[in-house]
Design a protein around this ligand. Structure first.
Ligand code: C2E
Ligand code: MG
Ligand code: MG
Ligand code: MG
Length: 280
C-alpha cells in the first residue's frame, strides 16, 4: 500500500511538472504566432510631473489577447519570451510601435516621451544599440524622447557589462530609467557609474507609504540619493490621493499609477493628453 501511495505521489508530482511544461510550450507557440500575425498591442500609461500635473511621458506596456489562451499577462509571457529568445523580436516590435506612436503624438501637438521596457537579455544582444538608432531614425523621433526602462535587478545581475552600454545610450541622447527601484539591492558604487536619468520607485514602497511610518523614510532616502546624483525620481503604482500627498512631501518629482490613469489603448491615451492640456 505504501509503495503504491508513493508511486501515486510520484505520478502526481511529475504530472504537475508536465502540465507546467506543456502550458509553457503552449504559450511559447502561441506567442510565436501572435508575433508573426501582429496580434500583440501596446497600452500606454501617463507619467505626470508632481508639481504642475503635466504629462511628461507615456509608458508602453505590452498586451496580448490570444484567441484560445485569452488575455495573457506580461508577467507571464515576458519571462517565457526571455527564455526562448522571442524577446528580441518582441522587443524590437514594441520599440518600433512605441516610437511611431510617440512621433504621432508629437505631430498632434503633444510633446511627451515614451518609456519602453527592455529586458537585459535584449539589451546585451549584439546589435541592440544599432537597432534602437535605426528605429528612432525610421520613426523620425529625437532620441531624447525615448526612455528605456531597465529593472534594477537585471542591471545589477549584469552590472559590469551594463556600464559601457548605458554610457553609449547617454552619448546618443536616449534616456534611461531604473525600473522597480528598491527591490534589487543596488550597489551605490554601481549606481554612480551607471549613466541613468531617472529612478522609478517600486510600487511596493508606494503601497506602504500610508500605512507604515518607516516607508516614508525609505522613500525620502531614495529621493535624496537620486537627487544627489542629479536624477529624476518617479513613483510607480500610485493609487490614492493619500499616497500622492506623501510622495510630494518626500520631494518625489513624478508619479504614475491608477490614481491618474490605467494603461490604455493609444487612442484613449491621446484623449487623456488632450484633456490634460485643456484643463491646464
Ligand atoms: P513595470 O514596467 O514595472 O510596469 C508596471 C506595472 O504595474 C504594469 O503591469 C502596470 O500595468 C502596473 N500598474 C501601473 N499602475 C498601477 C497601479 O496604480 N497599481 C497597480 N497595482 N499596478 C499598476 P503590467 O502591464 O502587467 O506589466 C508587468 C511587467 O511586465 C512590467 O512591469 C514590465 O516589467 C513587463 N513588461 C510589460 N511590457 C513589456 C515589454 O514590452 N517589454 C518588456 N521587456 N517587459 C514588459
Ligand atoms: Mg516599466
Ligand atoms: Mg516597475
Ligand atoms: Mg515590474
Amino acid at each position: 500500500a505504501a509503495k503504491s501511495a508513493g508511486g501515486n505521489r510520484y505520478q502526481f508530482f511529475s504530472e504537475g511538472l508536465n502540465q507546467k511544461a506543456q502550458e509553457r510550450a503552449a504559450i511559447e507557440a502561441a506567442l510565436r504566432e501572435a508575433l508573426k500575425n501582429d496580434r500583440l498591442t501596446l497600452h500606454y500609461q501617463p507619467q505626470l510631473d508632481l508639481r504642475d500635473g503635466k504629462v511628461v511621458g507615456m509608458e508602453a506596456l505590452a498586451r496580448w489577447q490570444d484567441e484560445t489562451l485569452g488575455a495573457v499577462a506580461p508577467n507571464r509571457f515576458i519571462p517565457i519570451a526571455e527564455q526562448t529568445g522571442l524577446i528580441h523580436e518582441l522587443g524590437a516590435w514594441v520599440l518600433r510601435k512605441a516610437c511611431a506612436q510617440c512621433k504621432q503624438w508629437h505631430q498632434d501637438g503633444y510633446l511627451v516621451s515614451v518609456s519602453v521596457n527592455v529586458s537585459i537579455k535584449q539589451m546585451m544582444q549584439e546589435g541592440f544599440s544599432e537597432m534602437v538608432v535605426g528605429t528612432l531614425l525610421e520613426a523620425g523621433l529625437e532620441p531624447r524622447y525615448l526612455d528605456l526602462e531597465l529593472t534594477e535587478s537585471m542591471l545589477m545581475e549584469k552590472a559590469a557589462e551594463s556600464v559601457a552600454l548605458l554610457r553609449m545610450f547617454k552619448s546618443l541622447g536616449v534616456q534611461i530609467s531604473i525600473d522597480d527601484f528598491g527591490t534589487g539591492y543596488s550597489s551605490l558604487s554601481y549606481l554612480k557609474n551607471f549613466s541613468v536619468d531617472r529612478i522609478k520607485i517600486d510600487q511596493s514602497f508606494v503601497r506602504d507609504v500610508t500605512v507604515r511610518d518607516d516607508a516614508v523614510g525609505i522613500i525620502k532616502a531614495i529621493v535624496a540619493i537620486g537627487h544627489s546624483m542629479g536624477l529624476k525620481v518617479i513613483a510607480e503604482g500610485v493609487e490614492s490621493q493619500g499616497e500622492e500627498e506623501k510622495l510630494l512631501s518626500c520631494r518625489c518629482d513624478q508619479v504614475q499609477g491608477y490614481l491618474h490613469a490605467r494603461p490604455m489603448p493609444a487612442a484613449e491615451a491621446e484623449a487623456f493628453l488632450e484633456r490634460a492640456q485643456t484643463s491646464g
